[in-house]
Design a protein around this ligand. Structure first.
Ligand code: FAD
Length: 490
């Protein structure tokens, strides 16, 4: 049945949320007409893995999410390289850059975010040569091209994206410094002590960090960037020279279409638990462009969960499905830096009502912290060694009661030097792949149904196909299950 009439579903945005929705919708409903518009010219790709492409670990052609032939074979009208320019809610039609007008029964906005470019002098006429943001495959290709000849790079912004960009560029042999406005790196996810250890780890990898660095402008000569200007604490400015500048200053939800169409927009398009615009029930919004219960998510796991919920609702296969919010778990993907962070990490020993368990070995780049309230984990940082990430994620995600013995939270199995959490000790409920919400128990169930490789498990559960940081853990569990198999069983 076509949702909300006969005109079918029109999805605007073919990024990580939009493409997941289209796939899930088709898996549940082969009949409803589906049209998807994607402003980027190529088939959808795993944006999260752009950091690995920049680091030279993955090739761009290996991060595609949907085969080119899939759309035709599944009766989906895919308009790649076509931007929707206007939504006419009265006529229930979208107008696109190719001159077409497409009617919809249900419109899904999955327009994601755009990189924020601070309003600095030198940027009035757009970014000069050598200065880029890092959001799309196109940005990534251009950064890689420039990195071939550049020698000195500055990354403006020491959040997750900035650090991944810095690590990628350093791996390509550039002299890299991260300029960060706040007093410590990744201040949204880390406490100051962890930020300090991270800066030390970056230094050991040849990456400089300047904190409280207020960039006031770009230096440009003959249309190309030559450096950035920084405000000095006592007044005046200094110039830091660079032939490549990557601006990693955060993102802004892409809401222009929604706003112009008169939909309620806060930071994102405001939706209810059915991902429905609070203004117009025939419009839904998912992924980074949506705002749900005052939260705008900037991670792929909530975007994919929203896509799954919406697919069940639109196909009618799960009319009771609701998105009630997601916990945010961040993992850094940078060679030589293990980092996982979740929840409220900023509490200290003097804060009332919380218990903080902590271990620091700054010389070895290790910092671990668990924040506990009422016997439940409300936040954690694992830096330098993330073996406990699976169990902590599960305890945090499900707000499960903690064992009385606390140090095992940070050091599961002090006796085993394994990098990934030893599968034997990991409870079945432990989350192995957070992007796709796959537990150890589900991987075991796949094994019992005949899966024998991490690839088999990924085909059945998608474990490891998001940010990819759990791939070692999935392989470890599969190898462990193989070891449990009685001899002679194929
Ligand atoms: C380098 C990098 C590394 C990241 N690493 C991680 C990570 O480790 N873990 C994690 O959870 N998240 C990570 N993220 C964030 C993650 O990629 C996003 O949360 C996710 O892509 C959001 O999906 P989305 O579909 O909402 O937006 P997007 O993936 O941005 O897709 C939106 C799409 O809509 C298109 N579009 C916009 N407007 C229109 C229009 N009018 N017409 C047609 N098309 C339109 C855009 O061109 C875009 O292709 C990373 C992001 C980047 C850039």
């Amino acid at each position: 049945m076509s949702p909300e009439g006969t005109a079918g579903v029109v999805v605007v945005g073919n990024g990580m949320a939009g493409s997941r929705l289209v796939g899930e919708l088709r898996a549940r409903d082969a009949a409803t007409p589906v049209t998807v518009f994607g402003a980027e010219p190529q088939r959808p790709y795993n944006r999260v893995l752009l950091s690995n492409v920049l680091a030279g670990l993955t090739r761009p052609e290996h991060i595609g999410l949907v085969d080119a032939a899939w759309y035709a074979s599944h009766g989906v009208d895919a308009r790649l390289g076509v931007e929707v320019t206007r939504v006419d809610r009265a006529a229930r039609t979208v107008h696109a850059s190719d001159g077409t007008a497409t009617p919809y029964g249900t419109l899904v906005l999955a327009t994601g975010s755009t990189a924020f470019v601070p309003p600095l002098p030198g940027l009035r006429d757009g970014l000069p040569d050598g200065a880029l943001v890092f959001r799309t495959l196109d940005d990534c290709r251009r950064i890689c091209d420039l990195a071939e000849s550049a020698r000195r790079a500055l990354v403006v912004g020491g959040g997750l994206l900035g650090i991944e960009a810095a690590r990628g560029l350093a791996g390509r042999g550039l002299d890299v410094t991260v300029l960060h406005l706040a007093g410590h790196l990744m201040e949204r996810q880390l406490d100051p002590a962890a930020g300090k250890v991270l800066a030390r780890t970056l230094a050991s990898l040849g990456i400089g960090t300047r904190l409280r660095a207020a960039v006031t402008g770009l230096r440009v000569s003959d249309g190309a960037v030559t450096g950035v200007e920084l405000a000095l604490p006592g007044g005046g400015t200094e110039t830091a020279a660079a032939d490549l500048v990557v601006l990693a200053c955060g993102v802004r939800p892409e809401t222009a279409l929604a706003r112009d169409a008169g939909l309620a927009v806060g930071r994102g398009v405001i939706v209810d638990d059915e991902l429905r615009s609070v203004t117009d029930p025939s419009v839904r919004a998912i992924g980074e462009c949506s705002e749900h219960r005052d939260e705008v998510y900037g991670l792929v796991a909530p975007a994919w969960e929203q896509a799954d919920v919406l697919a069940g609702l639109l196909a009618g296969t799960d009319p009771a499905a609701r998105f009630t919010g997601a916990r945010q778990i961040t993992r850094l993907k940078a060679a030589g830096i293990e980092l996982a962070s979740m929840g409220e990490t900023h509490f200290g020993d003097d804060d009332a009502g919380v218990e903080v368990v902590r271990f620091t070995d700054a010389a070895r780049g290790t910092y671990k912290k668990a924040v506990i309230r009422d016997g439940r984990l409300i936040g954690a940082i694992l830096l330098g060694e993330t073996a406990a990430a699976g169990t902590l994620t599960q305890l945090y995600d499900r707000a499960a009661p903690l064992p009385a013995e606390r140090h095992g939270l940070l050091f599961p199995g002090l006796d085993t030097p394994a990098r990934a959490e030893a599968p034997l000790r990991m409870p079945d409920a432990a989350t192995v792949c957070h992007c796709n919400d796959v537990s150890k128990g589900r991987i075991r169930a796949c094994w019992e149904r005949g899966a024998r490789t991490a690839g088999d498990v990924a085909r059945e559960t998608r474990a490891g196909t998001g940010c990819g940081t759990c791939r070692d853990a999935v392989e470890g569990i599969v190898a462990w299950l193989a070891g449990q198999e009685p001899a002679g069983v194929a």
